[in-house]
Design a protein around this ligand. Sequence first.
Ligand code: Z5A
Ligand code: MG
Length: 224
Amino acid sequence: MSAGNKRGAFIVMEGLDRSGKSTQAARLLERLQRADARVKLLKFPDRTTGIGITIDSYLRSESELDDRAIHLLFSANRWELASSIEESLRAGSTVLCDRYAFSGIAFSAAKGLPYEWCRAPDISLPAPDVTIFLDITPEKAKQRGGYGEERYEKEEMQRMVREVFQRIGSETSREQRWVVVDAGQDIDLVTEDIWRIVEPLVSGVLGPVTRLWETGSNTSIIPS
Ligand code: Z5A
Ligand code: MG
């Protein structure tokens, strides 16, 4: 991190199931570490917390929950870590995150819940400086060993999820960048495309951490 008032960059990976988020997040982590950046990798849902254990059981279809209740738990799972994300950014670490609030909206809206209702609980979370959307067709994703056994891992569901992601991307502000990468290409080409987006952020970002979907205020969620 260079001198000045710079903070760490907040980078989010989004995409359909099997689009390569975890593979690319691991590669990016390694590359950032080689570039001598302090970096923290997170993944949502974080299945290790109390809330995350409930989410895990739901995703494995070991328990049932009302659609709205599980949506709020996914959001609460992010809020559990919101302060620590902001602290890491302020301390100069790059924060890399595998899925975030956009997955929350995409999956719940694809189930039929109203889009605005789905977005509401995540308003004011720390906003990414860039969201990298790994775009792939559900047909191509399925060829990658087929979908697994978890809830939502069905082609028709993934098709609707992709449509909601496209809406989110089209509505994202210029400041909170949404960049689409072709995730159907060779794995190394995807890695290079991602690096071109991330490299300029490695030396840090000027300005405070912004808030998701908040207008006119950059008030921190933690005291300075
Ligand atoms: N969910 C939600 O409803 N609400 C929320 O708020 C949040 C999530 C945060 C669990 O997510 C579910 O939770 C998810 C959304 C919902 N449901 N679905 N679907 P998860 O993140 O724990 O798990 P996942 O993301 O569904 O699946 P995944 O399998 O981890 O996908 P991935 O990380 O994008 O893919 P990958 O593991 O990196 O790669 C998959 C395979 O493809 C693997 O064999 C790779 O070697 C291969 N691969 C990767 N890239 C390529 C390329 N370029 N070419 C060829 N092969 C490749
Ligand atoms: Mg994954």
